[in-house]
Design a protein around this ligand. Structure first.
Ligand code: DX5
Ligand code: ZN
Length: 225
């Protein structure tokens, strides 16, 4: 994985057909997705349950590019090795998932994956100030994690600006997760974000039988930025 700050669209398969993940991943990549975003939820850290490392392992062969795994689970450390073994290129853990995010990030890099840290809307940018040399990605949640299709929280734009200034020329991606649409995407890319996770805005109206809709939805986001 080489680093650059070009705008990347990372469709979240949370909005895909759960009975058809393999074909859905192939369809979004064929239609221009840069990364595939995989949302893991445990019904404890967030009020929803999705899937675990076995599912990630099963979909891995259907993804040619970057598999971006977002862990909304607590505790997290005991599962890092399994997600790395499942083929995750990036593993993102929440700063709020436990008292030892520093140790968690060390464990992610130690397992051979790129390390991401996610911040809930109520967590300030300064929370990651002393972690900047151990992360490859900072995920700014622009909704409360747990569900797709929620409304973008505008107060997070200022957080993105702060993080962009803190990062300087370090090779760290700023990823936005939640409520990304052609209307909200330019607000965050202007503030310094380069990775746009989008679930409902990419998958709406399309299917593996009508994948060009996914392509058009992604183009609409890209063109708006
Ligand atoms: C929310 C997830 C997101 C979600 C985004 O907890 O982390 O990745 O799928 O969905 P949309 O784009 O529909 O807000
Ligand atoms: Zn996510």
């Amino acid at each position: 994985m080489t680093f650059d700050r070009s705008i990347k669209i990372a469709p979240s398969i949370l909005s895909a057909d759960f009975a058809n993940f393999g074909k859905e991943c192939e369809a979004i990549e064929a239609q221009g997705a840069d990364w595939v975003h995989v949302d893991v939820m445990d019904g404890h850290f967030v009020p929803n349950i999705t899937f675990g490392p076995e599912t990630c392992k099963a979909i891995r062969p259907h993804i040619k590019g970057v598999m971006d795994v977002h862990l909304m689970i607590a505790p997290v450390d005991a599962y890092i090795e399994a997600f790395a073994q499942a083929g995750a290129d990036i593993i993102t853990a929440h700063a709020e998932a436990g008292p030892h995010i520093h140790r968690t990030l060390q464990a992610i890099r130690g397992a051979g994956a790129k390390a991401g840290v996610a911040l809930n809307p109520g967590t300030p940018a300064g929370h990651v100030e002393h972690l900047l040399d151990m992360v490859d990605l900072i995920c700014v949640m622009t909704v409360n994690p747990g569900f797709g299709g929620q409304k973008f929280i505008h107060s997070q734009i200022a957080k993105v600006e702060k993080l962009r200034a803190m990062i300087g020329d370090r090779p760290i991606h700023i990823e936005i997760d939640g409520g990304v649409t052609p209307e909200t995407a330019p607000l965050v890319t202007k503030a310094g974000a380069d990775v746009l996770v989008a679930g409902s805005a990419v998958f709406k109206g399309g299917s593996v039988e009508a994948p060009d809709v996914y392509g058009a939805n992604m183009r609409a986001i890209r063109d708006a930025c």
